[in-house]
Design a protein around this ligand. Structure first.
Ligand code: S3P
Length: 428
C-alpha cells in the first residue's frame, strides 16, 4: 500500500466513531517466529499489516521457512528447532528492532553464519544489549561498534541466568528464544516488568515456560506445535485514537477486538488520571491474549506527570500521551531516556515537531513537558522517519487554528498503513 509522504491535517474539535485497529505488531512478530520454530502448519489471522511484521516474514523466508500470505492471514509451515536453512543473502530487518533483536537469539543457535541488515534508523540503534547475553551463552556476533549489520556465527549455546540492565521485552525474548536451543534451563530476571507476549505465545505453541515474579525460565530441547490463532488489535495503535478522544472533550471513540494484555494497557489509567472516561469490556482470550472493547470519552483536560517506574509499561504510548496536552492541560514525562534510542530520538523529534506546530514543549535529559494553551497555531512537523511521531503529530494538530502538514507521514506504513484514512473517517 502506498501512503503519501505529506499529510495535511484539517482542524477538528472532536472525534467520533467505532473502529478496529490493525493486528498487534509485537504479537505478530512472536507468532511468526514461534510458528517457524514449531512443527506443522500455523495459520495466523489478523497478522499486522505494517512493514515491520512483513520484515519478520521476509527474514524467515530467507531462512527457508515456507510462508504464504493472503491479506492479513499468514500461513507458516513450521520447520522445528534447529532446522533453518543457511541464508544465501543478508536478512533484511528493515526498520524493525524487534525483528533484529529477537531473531539474533534464534540465529545464535543455528549451525551457520547469517548477517542481518537494517535501514538507516535501525543501523543506529543499540545492539549490544542482545550481543552481550548471547555472547555469554557462547555466540559470536560481529557488529559495527555495537550496531547493525550484525553477523551472527551460530553455535551450540549454553544456558545462562541473565539480568538485563534495561527493561526490554526484546532482550528478554532474544535470550529466552536462544535458551530454547540449549541443553539446560535459561532464565531472565527483568529489572521491571515488560510486555509478556513471548511468554504467552510460547505457551500457546505448546512450549513449557515458567514465570515467577520478574523471572522467566525455559528449558531447552522442547518441541512446539503449529496452530491456528488470531492476532488481537494493537493497543499501541489504538492509543492514538484513545488520546484523540481524551484530548478533545465531547469526543467518544469505541475500539473493538483490541488486545487487553495488562502488560500493555497502563495508558488506560493514565487517561483516567488526565480526566477522560475510559470503559473497558473484556470479551475473550485468544491463545492466552485477552481482548475486548475500549470506549474513551473526552471530559476535561488535566495535568499529568509520568514517573520513571511507569515508563516500561507505557514505552510505545509516550508519543501518543504527549499529544494529550497539545490543546490544553500539561504532560511531563520523567525517566524515559530509552525514547532516545527508538526509531528516532523520540524526545528531540517530538519536542521539535510540537514546537513547529505552535505547541509549548520543552526537552530535558530523559523526558519532556508539553503545556497546551488552547488551539495551537498549526504548522509543519517532520516525523523524522518514525511512525509513532507521524501519528502523534497528526493527533496534536487536530485542534489547531490552521491546517497543519506532517512531513514523512508515510512512516505510518511501519505499523498502521490506514492511519490517515481512519483519521479522516473519525473527524467527519
Ligand atoms: C517491543 C518492545 C519494546 C517496544 C517495541 C516493541 C517488543 O522495545 O518499544 O516497540 O515487541 O518486544 P524494548 O524491548 O527495546 O523496550
Amino acid at each position: 500500500m502506498s501512503v503519501a509522504t505529506t499529510a495535511t491535517i484539517t482542524p477538528a474539535t472532536r472525534v467520533q466513531g467505532r473502529l478496529t485497529v490493525p493486528g498487534d505488531k509485537s504479537i505478530s512478530h512472536r507468532y511468526a517466529l514461534l510458528a517457524a520454530l514449531s512443527e506443522g502448519r500455523s495459520e495466523l489471522g489478523n497478522y499486522a499489516p505494517g512493514a515491520d511484521c512483513q520484515s519478520t516474514l521476509t527474514c524467515l523466508r530467507g531462512l527457508g521457512v515456507e510462508i504464504t500470505r493472503s491479506g492479513n492471514t499468514v500461513t507458516i509451515e513450521g520447520r522445528g528447532i534447529r532446522n533453518f536453512r543457511s541464508p544465501s543473502a543478508p536478512l533484511d530487518a528493515g526498520n524493525s528492532g524487534t525483528t533484529m533483536r529477537m531473531l539474533a537469539g534464534i540465529l545464535a543457535a543455528q549451525p551457520f553464519t547469517a548477517t542481518m541488515i537494517g535501514d538507516e534508523s535501525l543501523s543506529r540503534r543499540p545492539m549490544r544489549r542482545v550481543m552481550e547475553p548471547l555472547g555469554l551463552m557462547g555466540a559470536r556476533i560481529d557488529a559495527v561498534d555495537g550496531h547493525a549489520p550484525l553477523t551472527v556465527h551460530g553455535t551450540a549455546l549454553h544456558p545462562i541466568h541473565y539480568t538485563p540492565s534495561v527493561p526490554s521485552a526484546q532482550v528478554k525474548s532474544a535470550v529466552i528464544l536462544a535458551g530454547l536451543h540449549t541443553d539446560g534451563t535459561t532464565a531472565v530476571t527483568e529489572p521491571a516488568q515488560t510486555r509478556d507476549h513471548t511468554e504467552r505465545a510460547l505457551a500457546a505453541f505448546g512450549f513449557n515456560v515458567t514465570v515467577n515474579g520478574l523471572t522467566v525460565s525455559i528449558a531447552g530441547g522442547q518441541r512446539g506445535q503449529g496452530r491456528t490463532m488470531p492476532v488481537p488489535g494493537d493497543f499501541s495503535s489504538a492509543a492514538f485514537w484513545m488520546v484523540a478522544a481524551a484530548s478533545l472533550p465531547g469526543s467518544t471513540i469505541t475500539i473493538e477486538q483490541v488486545g487487553l494484555n495488562p502488560s500493555r494497557t497502563a495508558l488506560i489509567e493514565i487517561l483516567r488520571r488526565f480526566g477522560a472516561r475510559v470503559d473497558v469490556h473484556p470479551e475473550s482470550v485468544e491463545a492466552g491474549e485477552p481482548l475486548g472493547t475500549i470506549v474513551v470519552t473526552g471530559d476535561r483536560l488535566g495535568s499529568l506527570e509520568i514517573a520513571p517506574d511507569e515508563v516500561p509499561g507505557l514505552i510505545d504510548e509516550l508519543p501518543a500521551i504527549s499529544a494529550l496536552a497539545a490543546h490544553g492541560g500539561q504532560v511531563t514525562i520523567h525517566g524515559a531516556g530509552e525514547l532516545r534510542v527508538k526509531e528516532s530520538d523520540r524526545i528531540t523529534t517530538l519536542v521539535t515537531g510540537f514546537r513547529n506546530l505552535g505547541i509549548n514543549a520543552e526537552e530535558h535529559g530523559d523526558g519532556y513537558t508539553v503545556r497546551g494553551s488552547g488551539a495551537p497555531t498549526g504548522g509543519v512537523a517532520d516525523a523524522g522517519g518514525d511512525h509513532r511521531m507521524a501519528m502523534a503529530f497528526a493527533i496534536a494538530a487536530l485542534a489547531a487554528q490552521q491546517p497543519s502538514r506532517i512531513e514523512g507521514s508515510d512512516a505510518v506504513v511501519i505499523s498502521y498503513p490506514d492511519f490517515f484514512d481512519t483519521l479522516q473517517r473519525l473527524i467527519a
